[in-house]
Design a protein around this ligand. Structure first.
Ligand code: SF4
Ligand code: SF4
Length: 186
């Protein structure tokens, strides 16, 4: 399924922060949020983050990429306060860009999960998905930059950030690979 357009208006219900998805953090997310909270990187990571490895399978070649992600409390994301994000002004790129992310726009399972949980879909202004492709391009560039930085540090995220990290959890495989054709097609 490829969406052509959709109506969307966030109702600030907080559901997308409660369901079982993951809030991944790029290094600049980690820096921005820890500064906002007046914490060192290490303090922020110790208090709020988990380390996961996501397995990407491209043509049978499996790559494991380490990501920090926000932890979860009883109510969903550890940063959720009631229905609202307690770090809204500095929330992770992934949260700020949702639902215009590859995980939702290019992946059937992700699109269904979002549609099942988000009451804001189908309401508000209509977004032409083709016009939103630049967001996929930004996401793709950010993933590429992250992987390049990791590769320069032997895929060692602790070394890249200059911190020590918690024990890793390997989570699921991810089949979403964005390629040029998908976000450049007419
Ligand atoms: S589930 Fe949808 S409407 Fe609710 S906060 Fe998330 S994006 Fe907004
Ligand atoms: S960081 Fe904020 S917007 Fe993102 S999942 Fe957590 S509470 Fe929701």
């Amino acid at each position: 399924m490829k969406l052509k357009s959709m109506r969307f208006k966030c109702l600030s219900c907080g559901e997308c922060c409660r369901w079982g998805g993951y809030a991944f953090l790029y290094p600049d997310d980690v820096t921005r949020i820890s500064e906002h909270l007046n914490l060192t990187l290490q303090e922020f990571i110790n208090k709020y983050c988990r380390l996961v490895f996501v397995e990407y399978n491209e043509d049978g070649e499996v790559t494991k990429i380490p990501y920090l992600m926000l932890g979860r409390g009883e109510n969903g994301c550890i940063m959720l306060d009631g229905n609202l994000c307690s770090i809204h002004p500095v929330k992770p790129f992934q949260c700020e860009a949702a639902p215009f992310l590859a995980e939702f726009l290019l992946d059937d399972e992700g699109a269904k999960a979002f549609a099942d949980n988000c009451r804001g879909l189908g309401r508000g202004p209509k977004f032409d998905i083709a016009e939103q492709r630049y967001r996929l391009s930004v996401q793709n560039d950010r993933d590429g930059d992250y992987e390049e930085s990791l590769a320069a540090h032997n895929w060692n995220l602790a070394e890249l950030l200059g911190v020590s990290l918690p024990e890793p959890e390997v989570i699921e495989s991810c089949g979403v690979i964005i390629d040029d054709e998908e976000y450049n097609e007419d």
